[in-house]
Structure formats: structure tokens, C-alpha cells
Design a protein. Structure first.
Length: 278
């Protein structure tokens, strides 16, 4: 049921649109329909809706390179599960209640990080991961001996952001544990597959579509995976986050709802996987 909904991709964009998207490393998975300028009347109505909190604009603290949606960090597992599926409904209003249930991620899949008091800016991500990821004797700087089998995957919204996260997490890299950027405008799928297949990866960073493709191809393995980090608080200059764009959110939900992962969300053994929203 869910696969049929996700597979309804929009037609590819024009060459002009593609060039613009490649400049910021965003995947070209949406149509290039012309953007109509809203009338003054619509603008007024939209402002009123934003005041009600529908788009969390009041919580988005913006800087010159983007900003932070402070509301995300205040959600526990139950609220996150509800929020994820609400965004699915927002992107496809024709879904029935039964179809929405296919997208619902159970509360126990999420690690509650609402106790984190610092800002969720990029500079704090390494400390955040240390605080919420490590069990006794575990290290973020250790990778499986099996190549292409990371313990951590970070999902973000664009290639430039993936590069920034890779640099921020580079402190966990050594000769036996790579922090690997798996999507950028110059890194094609085949090249990413070759990198994954020959590298011991501890942390992999990419966009939902790219990470899905790597898993489906068999290059990226999930056997050693312990945590899925969603770069959920970050919003770009247009105040869009990973949950706000259908072409990103549906592939993310597809990945999170993989059958083998859903089983491991509730595991009591060492193969347990947790979703961590930053």
C-alpha cells in the first residue's frame, strides 16, 4: 500500500530547473511547474494560518545560511510519530486513514531527546550524538569490518547540507572508520556505490532518495545499523525542512518503514535500531 503511494513521482523538471537544483545539491525529484505569485489576499490568509502555528514559522530561528526549527527538539516519541504521519497527510490529502496507518512509525522506534537543552545547531551535533547514541563500551569511531555496513546513517535534505554535516562529524573518522558523504551534485549513484562497497563506513550521510537507492542496490548494508539520525531541525533559507518537501519526506518514510527495520525497532537484542531526530 505504501509503496504504491510513494511511487507516484512527479515528472522530471526542465534543464533550467535541474541546473538551479544542482547548484545547492538538492535532488531533482519534483516537477518544474511554474510558481504562481500569491495574490495579496492569499498572502494575508496564509499569514493568519502561520500565526496559528501550522508551519511552525514562529519556532524557526533563521540565519543567513538557514535556520533551526526549535519545535522539533521538544517532541517525544509519540509526538514525533504523529508529526511524521501528519506531514504525510499534508503532502497527500487523498490518503485514507487505513493508508496513513501504513506510514505510522511506533513510539518505541524513536529515542526521546527532548532533554537536550542546547541548540540543535550543526556545531552541537557531535556532542548530541555522543550524549544519546553511546552505550557502555561503544564508540562512534569504530566501524564494522564488513565494508559498507555503517552503524549510523544521517538523513538530510540536500548535498550542501550533507557536506556540512560530514565536516562536523569528521572527528569520528579514522583509518578504519570513515565518515562518508554519499550524496552531492558531483557524486553520482554508481560512484557512491563503488565508494560504499570498498570502504569501512561508520557514519554515512546523504539524502533520502540516495540512501534508499544504495540500500536497494545492495551496496549499503543495514546489518550493523544502530541509529538513524534525521536532520529534522534544520530549515533552509526558504524555511523548508526535510519534512516540508514531498520529494524528500516520502522517501524518508519509505526507508524508516522498511520491514527489516520495523522489526528491529522493538528488538531487545544488539540488533536494535533507533530513530534519532536532531
Amino acid at each position: 500500500m505504501m509503496a504504491s503511494v510513494i511511487s507516484k513521482d512527479a515528472p522530471a523538471g526542465s534543464n533550467k530547473r535541474k541546473r538551479v537544483e544542482e547548484e545547492d545539491g538538492t535532488e531533482n525529484t519534483s516537477s518544474a511547474a511554474p510558481v504562481q505569485q500569491p495574490s495579496k489576499k492569499k498572502k494575508k490568509k496564509r499569514s493568519k494560518g502561520a500565526k496559528g502555528g501550522d508551519e511552525y514559522d514562529a519556532n524557526k530561528v533563521m540565519g543567513k545560511d538557514g535556520g533551526i526549527d526549535e519545535s522539533i527538539g521538544k517532541m517525544d516519541g509519540k509526538l514525533l510519530g504523529d508529526y511524521f504521519v501528519q506531514r504525510v497527510k499534508r503532502h497527500n490529502k487523498n490518503l485514507t486513514a487505513v493508508e496513513l496507518d501504513d506510514f505510522y512509525i511506533p513510539e518505541h522506534a524513536f529515542l526521546d531527546t527532548s532533554s537536550w537543552e542546547s541548540s540543535r545547531e550543526l556545531d552541537n551535533m557531535p556532542s548530541f550524538l555522543k550524549a544519546f547514541s553511546l552505550e557502555k563500551g561503544e564508540s562512534l569511531s569504530k566501524a564494522s569490518e564488513v565494508k559498507g555496513s555503517p552503524h549510523t546513517l544521517v538523513f538530510t535534505l540536500a548535498g550542501l547540507r550533507a557536506a556540512e554535516i560530514t565536516r562536523a562529524l569528521r572527528q569520528f573518522q579514522n583509518q578504519d572508520c570513515a565518515v562518508a558523504k554519499l550524496f552531492a551534485k558531483h557524486i553520482k549513484l554508481k560512484e557512491a556505490q563503488e565508494t560504499v562497497e570498498k570502504t569501512r563506513i561508520g557514519i554515512g550521510i546523504g539524502t533520502p532518495v540516495r540512501l534508499n537507492d544504495l540500500v536497494k542496490s545492495g551496496s549499503l548494508k543495514l546489518d550493523s545499523l544502530k541509529r538513524i539520525v534525521v536532520d529534522g531541525s534544520y530549515v533552509d533559507q526558504k524555511k523548508r525542512g526535510i519534512f516540508d518537501m514531498k520529494e524528500l519526506h516520502f522517501p524518508l518514510m519509505e526507508f524508516l518503514n522498511r520491514a527489516e527495520l520495523r522489526e528491529r525497532y522493538q528488538s531487545k537484542k544488539s540488533d536494535k535500531v533507533q530513530i534519532i531526530v536532531y
